[in-house]
Design a protein around this ligand. Structure first.
Ligand SMILES: N[C@@H](CCC(=O)N[C@@H](CS)C(=O)NCC(=O)O)C(=O)O
Length: 238
């Protein structure tokens, strides 16, 4: 049996789920290598040849001379063009989609990622930095507010349709509680999260390469969140 075109290297993280959502939505054939951070799989010479940044996700397209793509936004863009799905062709609609994709890549992801880092990794390791935590939480909450305003007048982020911009933004917005951020009052964002959650392909994607309920504020995580939140000064904006 021939191998599928797309070989995906990923892990169960917010960036890692993005290409899985696309591939599940497009019903594209793909296989997966689950990258194990504890073994530093992503820092091996073979992996660095695919992604010099040593991070997930990466795809290799066997159907295109083993062409490798890194950076989750570039991966979504590449897949959208390969399969002609979820990225409109009309110039204005395409640009709008890429604007919201870039907004996620340059804003929501990095800011929320740092909010998580300073609370989940730095603080428990003896580097409690309330100023940094407040800065990254506040900025993330502001960006989530921008998404909420955008979604007040439309069901999807761009071009009046479900696109790669939604796929990129969803795993991050869904993980707001992992950054100790509430989205209470952001009703349009909540409704969009529910629309995304209702999609069978999205539900499948959140289990590949494994499900990580800790990101989504499960009961199991509630005690940790409460304890963690108690360690920091309350943020009036959250
Ligand atoms: N901008 C990159 C970020 C990738 C990234 O930060 N990946 C994280 C997981 S979400 C990772 O590989 N971490 C492991 C490491 O830093 O070694 C993208 O969107 O692809």
């Amino acid at each position: 049996m021939s191998q599928p075109d797309i070989h995906l290297y990923t892990a169960a993280t917010m960036n890692g789920y993005k290409p899985v959502i696309f591939l599940e939505e497009a019903v594209a054939a793909y296989d997966v290598t689950a990258v194990d951070f504890s073994k530093e799989d992503q820092k091996t010479p073979d992996y660095l040849a695919l992604n010099p940044n040593g991070r997930i996700p990466v795809i290799v397209d066997r159907g295109n001379d083993d062409f490798a793509v890194f950076e989750s936004g570039a991966i979504l863009w590449y897949l959208a063009e390969k399969y002609d799905r979820f990225l409109p062709i009309a110039p204005k609609e395409k640009s709008e989609t890429l604007q919201w994709l870039m907004f996620q890549m340059a804003g929501v992801g990095p800011m929320m990622g740092q909010a998580m880092y300073f609370q989940r990794i730095a603080a428990p390791n003896g580097h409690n930095e309330p100023f940094s935590i407040d800065r990254y939480k506040s900025e993330t909450r502001r960006l989530l507010g921008v998404l909420n305003t955008r979604l007040e007048t439309q069901d999807w982020l761009a071009a009046g349709q479900y696109t790669i911009a939604d796929m990129a933004t969803f795993p991050w917005a869904r993980a707001h509680s992992f950054a100790n951020l509430s989205i209470d009052g952001l009703d349009h964002l909540q409704a969009w999260l529910e629309r995304m959650d209702a999609r069978p392909a999205v539900q499948r994607a959140l289990t590949i390469p494994e499900a990580r309920p800790i990101y989504w504020g499960s009961d199991q995580d509630a005690a940790f969140l409460a304890q963690n939140a108690a360690n920091f000064s309350p943020d009036p904006k959250t």
